[in-house]
Design a protein around this ligand. Structure first.
Ligand SMILES: [Zn+2]
Length: 97
């Protein structure tokens, strides 16, 4: 079963006159985030399904690059078949590496 991972990466605000990162570099950063976060989740959750319902978790990663702050805010949204499995997924998600 392949893991469901969806990315929603966007840019917020107008670019400053002399942006820290130009458009191309931002795309590179987004691609890097997809690779590293996606790879990390696939590694951690390979063949990981709910013991009761045999369903894999679904992930949605929202990332907003704020042009004025020049900061990237990343949020994980996890969708699971039941509360108990969500707890298990969150435990693993919060483990270092
Ligand atoms: Zn379940």
């Amino acid at each position: 079963m392949s893991l469901h991972i969806e990315f929603d990466l966007s840019i917020d605000g107008d670019a400053p006159a002399e942006p820290f990162l130009d458009r191309f570099e931002l795309e590179q950063m987004f691609a890097g985030a997809r690779r590293s976060i996606g790879g990390d989740l696939r590694r951690k959750f390979a063949d990981f399904v709910c013991a009761e319902h045999a369903e894999a978790p679904k992930f949605k990663i929202s990332g907003v690059y704020d042009n004025s702050m020049e900061e990237m805010d990343i949020q994980y949204h996890v969708d699971t078949c039941c509360q108990r499995f969500l707890m298990r997924v969150m435990q693993i998600l919060n483990q270092r590496n």
